[in-house]
Design a protein. Sequence first.
Length: 381
Amino acid sequence: MKILLTIHHQLDPNAGAPGTVLKLGQVYESLGHEVHYLSHDNLPKHIPGVFFPEFAANYIHQHNRQHQFDVIDASTGDAWIWGKFLHNKSSSQPLLVTHSHGLEHIAHLAILEEARLGKLNLSWKYPLYRGGFHLWEVSTSLRCADCVFMLNQQDAEYVIEELHVQSERVHVVANGIPTDFLNLPLDHTPSSSTATISIAQVGTYISRKGIHYSTPALNEILLQHQHVTVSFLGTGCPEDLIYADFDPILRDRIQVVSSYPHDQLPDLLKNHHILLFPSLSEGFPLVLPESMACGLAPVVTNIPGPTEIVTHGENGIVIPVRSIQAISQSLTYLIQDRSELERLRRNAYTTAQHYAWSNIAQKRLSIYKKALEKRGFRYEN
């Protein structure tokens, strides 16, 4: 197949959504498919990013004549103009797929709730674009698509019930993790009550990631348990900003890594035992199965995405969203019960092995093929 993958970001292999697009494309290529990319790297410098859908429509219209794509697999909001005005459903036209990296409407609801609680100050611009027109762009791109890929079941139900996308077009397909993250060595949890337990919180240090709830809880945990350390990885902010949120006497037990090459995550997570993931909204957070593959037991909030990977009491702990007390209690439980922590770590490790990118790519390709065949296209490979 000739496949065009689009993403409204620069193609950075160390970033979340762009990294998944690149990795997916690499797996497609390894399976013999021809892959092209369209991203902000193609966008002329004089064109603002908000006009990417307009640029994408012209790019697809021009380049499809040259390459004759079989599939255009576009991130939400990217191809709505081409889909609405230039796409038709004939067998001579590419299959239009819209894929989500986390449904914007769900993230929007979480943002509004944080603002209502006084945890977040929204700019006057927010309801004009991110909380307004862009949501319409996303909805339109989903309705125009021949196939829709969502990362979790609750997002899929939302687009069917609230955005009125035809259910037969909607598929739930998770993201994958790199081969290098699979079958890593797994160490034992230290059994001594005086041995160090290390907690990792991986992701940007922003409100949507639940920092207003995790930071107070971690302050409490570090003050109560002298043999606990905490690492903040991929924060995207200066380390002093994070240190300022903690009691100064705790600084020597806090590590901050603002950014890192993605392939270094297993090394950064060595000797860590617990992943704290207190996010308020997610699609399918890659760091979750990646950390589980590195042997960390996850403590996650009860939101779409994480709860499709983590089963409470089986391979991790699921807690209420926006609860400082629940975070503190769950971490204390795992710190004090080393045998339970060991059990959850091993179950989490086993779960993560099922998320190889090769499996995910094959599932997406199978959906492409079936949709193309419905339109009279016969794909032999």
